[in-house]
Ligand binder design. Structure first.
Ligand code: SF4
Length: 462
């Protein structure tokens, strides 16, 4: 299969602007407080009865970290206070109890993910405890994908054994860059040796998929040292790779002020680093899945992309489309057929709601028909790089070209630049267009077209 993606830096520069990543549509800045726990419960009841695929996806947010990486954009807090962590696990259990009684018992888990923060900042005993709580409340399918984000820096083999005993079979490890100067500047010292240990333990314990994360655009990165990092990462032979663009937003994320603007690579240098990543990964045989992600040709994500069944939600790319996703813990977001619901972001607010036996939902959005239609169009394009117009017309009883007159007209310039093919029956993103898929999707985003007093801040698209 074709694995090479052409990288045209001038085209990337032309389209580079701020835009959503579309882990949801409508995107999180449009969530509002009209969605609460009661509203979520009504939608759970409806989906229990009416959803075609009753499988469940669960996400647990573990917000704790040992130290702060200065580039971090996650919802996290630094703590070594074990009582604080135990208390959080108590409340996660309470949230599971409150929610689970509303989910039909015959619905089984096909996907579970621990994200953070750093899930492996929990001790092996704490990981086992949380695993037991989850398995006591939910039945799992035999082929469930059970994944965890790992920080190799404080990982022990006992952590990996505990994760394996708790049923985990996939893992994703943060690396970002192996260069010492880069690591020192961003306060994340991680040697190659400890990373190798983590990869080896995962393999010994039969984790079937290992993902490694790297990041371009960090301070003091240059072509040579970053190239070496990629070579080292490739020698670890991961099944998947994620190559993230560092989003420097010090106005929004205070601790990013610890990274001085003048230490960062220029826009042009960043694009060169992106080009280098893509070329090296393509050369090594990895297939571009989309939105920063690469996988081996035999990986299930690659196969799903080939079959047109790839899907995307808050857990990233997935082979499970259209199932309910329930989020547990602070800031986590659940997604049902036509509602998103996000939990409180602060620990005290999250605890207060649970103390009152209420679901800790802070905000969200119910999707109207137009939202659902646009979500499907954006998801199809972002996951499968093509769209069958008649499928959408049939499902939503619209005439596609009329409904999306404005979007199709602005997409003409994308077609002229060789990024998309606008056919009579199909839209097809070209190989060159894949890197600009966020920009293509933005044309279908109704909320971006609306006049707003204050535009939400998004990261750059390339
Ligand atoms: S370990 Fe991960 S979540 Fe924690 S500060 Fe570093 S990047 Fe952020």
């Amino acid at each position: 299969m074709k694995t090479k993606i052409p990288v045209d830096i001038e085209l990337l520069k032309k389209y580079d602007k701020a835009g959503p990543r579309y882990t949801s549509y409508p995107t999180a800045p449009h969530f509002h407080e009209g969605v609460n726990g009661e509203k979520l419960l009504a939608h759970i009841k409806n989906d229990n009865e009416n959803i075609a695929d009753k499988d469940l996806s669960l996400y647990f947010h573990i917000p704790f970290c040992d130290t702060l990486c200065y580039f971090c954009g996650c919802n996290m807090m630094v703590t070594r206070n074990q009582d604080k962590i135990e208390q959080y696990l108590d409340y996660l259990e309470k949230e599971i109890q409150l929610l689970k009684k509303h989910i039909d018992n015959d619905r089984k888990v096909i996907q579970l993910h621990f994200g953070g923060g750093t899930p492996t900042h929990l001790s092996p005993d704490q990981l086992l405890r949380l695993g037991k709580i989850i398995h006591n409340h939910f039945d799992f399918k035999d082929d469930a994908e059970v994944g965890v984000e790992i920080d190799p820096r404080e990982l022990t083999r006992d952590h990996m054994v505990a994760l394996s005993e708790a049923g985990f079979n996939r893992c994703s490890m943060g690396i970002q860059d192996f260069d010492k100067k880069v690591q020192k500047t961003v306060n994340r010292i991680q040697t190659e040796d400890i990373t190798w240990d983590a990869v080896r333990w995962a393999r010994e314990l039969n984790f079937t998929s290992i993902n490694l994360d790297l990041m371009y655009g960090l301070p003091f990165q240059n072509y040579d040292t970053y190239g070496k990092t990629i070579d080292t990462i490739l020698s670890m032979n991961p099944d998947r790779l994620a190559v993230f663009n560092y989003a420097h937003l010090p106005g929004m994320i205070k601790h990013q002020n610890l990274i001085k603007e003048e230490w960062l690579p220029s826009g042009d240098q960043k694009l060169e680093l992106l080009k280098l990543s893509i070329e090296k990964l393509n050369e090594a045989g990895y297939v571009y899945i989309g939105m920063d992600h690469f996988a081996k040709p035999e990986d299930e994500l690659t196969r799903a992309m080939q079959n047109g069944t790839l899907y995307r939600n808050f857990q990233g790319y997935s082979t499970h489309a259209g199932i309910n996703l329930f989020g547990f813990g602070i800031t986590s977001i659940g997604m049902l057929t036509d509602i998103y619901a996000q939990n409180y972001k602060k620990l005290d607010e999250y605890y207060q709601a649970l103390n009152k036996n209420q679901l800790p939902v802070m905000r969200g959005i119910s999707l109207n028909r137009d939202d659902q239609l646009r979500r499907e169009v954006i998801t199809e394009l972002m996951c499968n790089f093509k769209l069958d117009k008649s499928k959408i017309e049939h499902k939503y009883k619209i005439q596609f070209d009329n409904y999306f007159l404005e979007a199709l007209s602005t997409l003409k310039s994308f077609e002229d630049d060789g990024l998309i093919y606008l056919g009579d029956t199909q839209l097809k993103v070209t190989d060159a267009g894949r890197l600009l898929i966020r920009n293509i999707a933005m044309n279908f985003d109704h909320y971006l077209m609306k006049k707003q007093d204050k535009r939400p801040q998004y990261s750059r698209t390339v």
